[in-house]
Ligand binder design. Structure first.
Ligand code: DQQ
Length: 472
């Protein structure tokens, strides 16, 4: 197998992030097997060591002591020729099974659920030769088209439970529930949640579901699923809030987690200190050819802290450990932009800005601006929406440009907390809601950061930090 440290993309690649996790080269997609083990955080991920395209999926592996700085470790799982995972080791999770690190993942093809254990603190893995779930349950076998994957396992009331995702052909997505006393013998119980059949429903939940997660918030539970729709392919992440009781789930409400199709297949882990941390795969938003040329594709979101807000929605906020990356600091006070102006330059920055707008004003920040404004990306607040407008982000035609928007209440004040890292822009609104976009400016001088307003806005304080790299 080719070592993934070969073929490093050139360091001067202007689009490669420096404080987001990604492998040294090649393709990555979903986070897998997130686990805190002996005071270290382990991040596994879907990885192709042979190039910047999805294929021959392995589990890459990295470790961190603070969720922010990562060290690459050798590939953890590779397909075994003639094994049940010969065509790929697809997504899954990690648990502590009576002191033994244990992972569950999907072997292809056909899609079966496999397990492996480690006796050297997660470095190497011994696979169980036979899958623990070798086929879809009889009641959905004919309708699932072979799709059954992405085990999510947790312990409750002295038993192990597993969620898997699937679909009903012509129906919609499915989350299936299994139970086990020993993690080897799994009993299928029933579908836990199923999707919509009506493709005209404005909240149509797609043709197939993937990567289920259950988050336990005590008296409420949240189930996350990643949705895909064909033929009008879309990807997004949806969550159901409700109650998991007596092996059934009662849905109270359902929501889209992040309104974009470049944030997909997130996974959560509960830390020993009680926080729920989420990482998500952030897709490229440029042609497959550009990614192949760059030699890398995909990255992880920042580590996000997940909470259940009073309104019953999931909140996403940057973890406090990110503050350790802060270097040079600039502070601007009492800015009152009338029109627009640039403040400074940078491409690996954290920006924290408080706005106090008059009713009806449109205002915000702009990043990656060329001096003549030919390239620029806007973060606009207007009419109770926060919008990332990347329509003018790049002159390169191999790059997608889009409008991404999030509804928010702007009642006299709003905080924007922005993380810009070369080709990724993440925006937290009031440190609760999250928006993300990919931008690939083509001009080396597209580095300007500024503010703008139409109408009247006061910015009592705007802080900017240059952020350090997460690599040693
Ligand atoms: N990615 C994995 C699958 C999962 C999909 C394959 C979601 O296990 O369903 O790389 O991105």
């Amino acid at each position: 197998m080719r070592n993934h440290f070969e073929g490093q993309p050139p360091l001067e690649d202007p689009h490669r992030p420096q404080y987001h996790f990604l492998p040294p080269a090649n393709w990555m997609n979903d986070p897998n097997g997130l686990i805190q083990w002996k005071n270290q955080f382990h991040l596994f991920y879907q990885y192709n060591p042979y190039g910047a395209f999805h294929g021959s999926i392995h589990w890459g592996h990295a470790v961190s002591t603070d969720l922010v700085h990562w060290r690459h470790l050798p590939v953890a799982l590779a397909p075994t020729p003639d094994g049940p995972d010969k065509d790929g080791c697809w997504s899954g999770c990690a648990i502590d099974h009576n002191g033994v690190p244990t992972i569950f993942y999907t072997g292809v093809s056909p899609q079966v659920q496999c397990t492996a254990t480690s006796s050297d603190d997660l470095l190497t893995w011994q696979k169980r030769l036979q899958p623990v779930i070798a086929a879809p349950p009889p009641d959905i076998r004919e309708h699932a088209g072979g799709d059954l994957r992405d085990p999510f396992v947790w312990r409750q009331d002295g038993l192990w439970y597993m969620l898997l995702t699937s679909k009903i052909e012509g129906g919609g997505g499915l989350v299936l529930l299994y139970r086990s006393a020993d993690t080897i013998n799994w009993e299928y119980l029933h579908p836990l949640i199923s999707g919509d059949v009506n493709q005209r429903d404005p909240f149509w939940t797609g043709t197939i579901w993937e990567c289920p997660n259950l988050i336990d918030f005590g008296d409420k539970q949240v189930i996350l699923v990643s949705l895909q729709g064909t033929p009008n392919t879309f990807l997004y992440v949806c969550y159901f809030t409700g109650e998991f009781r007596q092996e059934s789930f009662t849905t109270h409400s359902r929501h889209i987690l992040v309104p974009t199709n470049i944030f997909y297949a997130p996974q959560v882990m509960r830390l020993d200190d009680g926080r729920v941390i989420l990482f998500s795969w952030i897709l490229e938003d440029r042609t497959a050819r550009s990614a192949l040329q760059a030699g890398w594709s995909g990255m992880m979101s920042l580590p996000l802290e997940c909470s259940l807000l009073e309104a019953g929605k999931l909140g996403l906020a940057p973890v406090r450990e990110l503050q350790s990356l802060r270097k040079n600091h600039s502070r601007f006070v009492n800015l009152q932009p009338n029109g627009s102006f640039l403040l400074l330059q940078g491409q690996a920055l954290e920006i924290l800005a408080r706005f106090e707008p008059a009713p009806g004003s449109a205002f915000g920040l702009k990043v990656r601006c060329s001096p003549d404004g030919q390239e620029q990306t806007l973060i606009i607040c207007r009419e109770n929406q926060v919008i990332i407008d990347s329509e003018r982000s790049s002159l390169n035609t191999d790059v997608n440009r889009r409008i991404t928007s999030l509804p928010v209440e702007i009642e006299g004040r709003i905080n924007l907390h922005i993380f810009l890292d070369h080709s990724i822009l993440e925006v937290f609104v009031n440190d609760q809601s999250y928006l993300v976009s990919r931008i690939y400016p083509s001009r080396p001088d597209s580095l300007g950061i500024g503010v703008f307003a139409e109408g009247s806005v006061n910015i009592p304080q705007l802080d900017v930090w240059v952020l350090d790299s997460i690599w040693e």
